[in-house]
Design a protein around this ligand. Structure first.
Ligand code: HGY
Ligand code: MN
Ligand code: MN
Length: 399
């Protein structure tokens, strides 16, 4: 079944009528539907499906063993996300298995298609949660205690999905099986459009992290509180937003974003008691990231002091810059006939795994260049070219 048809099968799952696009978050109803769909697709192909201790799903062609060629991506989305970010890597992997099977190919190494849990961090706030737990890059107790906006912990959500959260943590057995990991992903930018290339190979991923700022002031009535008598946490929150843009724009290649700001209690005629603001900050090197965040935080802290507000800053996630395995990258470039090599500002499970196993990424052209939004797009022809390229990569690596 082609990757285009497989995408068509899930096109209605998790549509978000309020935001547009899709909202599919780990262990919620929509993502649960996608897990069931994936398990069924795997079973139809005679792949053995298992869910590991951290909620990642693995579909095996051949007996799970060391040296496996692993591919896949994620099925969860950002709130109001596009149709391709994540699912494209999963459906392309299933398509690639189908076409290799049709050719009568017999892999000399096991091949696995993996679906990582909570890559976007859209529910519990930590991106690549499943692959970070798998590799031990996230403490299991910290993961268990993560809470979603409704206060549900990751442990509770996992238990409701039938996963024993007591077993969260580094999974050496699963890790030891991975010989090579290759993730196919829709491009999140317009580099390939400019190069007129349908498929590319990944080179680097920016260093990036997420910080939560909690500004606390004095909640009060919007109509009876004189302006001079206020301690309004929205003011330092606003300074954080503008500082992110100003400081991020100063540094070559940096990105600094506030996409989520939550006042409490959140009434139109209420001066907030507190405001939570999340900063997503990224830059080409570790050396630049922390100083950039420090400068932004300094501006926000000074604004809080001027307004008589307190501020608490918590680092919620952090990942250094990643360069994918050079020899594997060059091997794939030549295998695919000299396709371009592209850096990305987006984080991926492949980047998390790259510190443990040889990892690579394939990108498929996105003519809009837009991602984390319903305008994210890939032409059917490019989707099919991506799946063909992945099939050749899997054949090459498992021979
Ligand atoms: O945020 C990212 O870069 C990725 O989409 N999780
Ligand atoms: Mn994403
Ligand atoms: Mn993604």
């Amino acid at each position: 079944m082609s990757a285009v048809s497989l995408l068509g099968e899930i096109t209605e799952v998790g549509r978000d009528g309020r935001r547009g696009g899709y909202s599919r978050h780990v262990f919620d109803r929509a993502e649960g539907e996608l897990r069931t769909w994936f398990a069924e697709q795997a079973r139809r192909r005679g792949l053995d499906v298992e869910t590991d201790r951290n909620g990642n799903m693995w579909a095996w062609w051949g007996t799970p063993d060391a040296g496996a060629v692993v591919t896949g991506s994620h099925l969860d989305s950002v709130p109001g996300g596009g149709a391709f970010d994540g699912p494209l890597g999963v459906v392309s992997a299933l398509d690639a298995v189908d076409s290799l099977r049709t050719q009568g190919f017999q892999p000399r190494r096991p091949i696995a298609v993996v679906v990582f849990a909570e890559e976007e961090g859209g529910r519990f706030g930590v991106p690549c949660l499943g692959s970070r737990l798998l590799t031990g890059q996230l403490d299991a107790d910290k993961a268990r205690a993560l809470r979603d906006p409704d206060g549900v912990t990751f442990a509770e959500a996992a238990a409701r999905a039938g996963i024993d959260h007591e077993r969260f943590g580094r999974d050496d057995e699963s890790l030891s099986r991975i010989g090579t990991f290759v993730e196919l992903h829709v491009e999140q930018g317009q580099g390939m459009f400019a190069l007129d290339a349908p498929v590319a190979v990944g080179s680097t991923v920016l260093a990036h992290g997420r910080w939560r700022f909690t500004f606390t002031g004095q909640g009060n009535h919007a109509g009876t509180t004189l302006m001079a008598d206020r301690r309004d946490p929205m003011l330092p929150a606003a300074s954080l937003v503008t500082a992110a843009r100003r400081i991020g724009s100063k540094i070559e290649g940096a990105r600094a974003t506030v996409g989520r700001l939550v006042p409490r209690p959140g009434g139109t005629n209420v001066i907030p008691t507190a405001v939570d603001v999340w900063l997503d900050a990224r830059v080409g090197s570790n050396e630049c990231l922390l100083p950039m965040v420090g400068e932004i935080a300094g501006i926000a802290e000074a604004a809080a002091a001027r307004e008589g507000c307190a501020v608490r800053i918590a680092k919620e996630s952090y990942g250094g810059e990643v360069s994918f395995d050079g020899s594997l990258r060059e091997e794939l470039v030549s295998l695919l006939g000299g396709v371009p090599v592209l850096p990305t500002g987006a984080g991926h499970d492949a980047a998390i795994l790259s510190t443990h196993v040889p990892a690579a990424m394939l990108y498929v052209r996105n003519p809009t260049g837009v991602s984390h939004s319903p305008e994210e797009f890939a032409e059917d022809d490019d989707v099919l070219r991506g799946a063909e390229a992945l099939a050749r990569v899997l054949e090459h690596l498992s021979t």
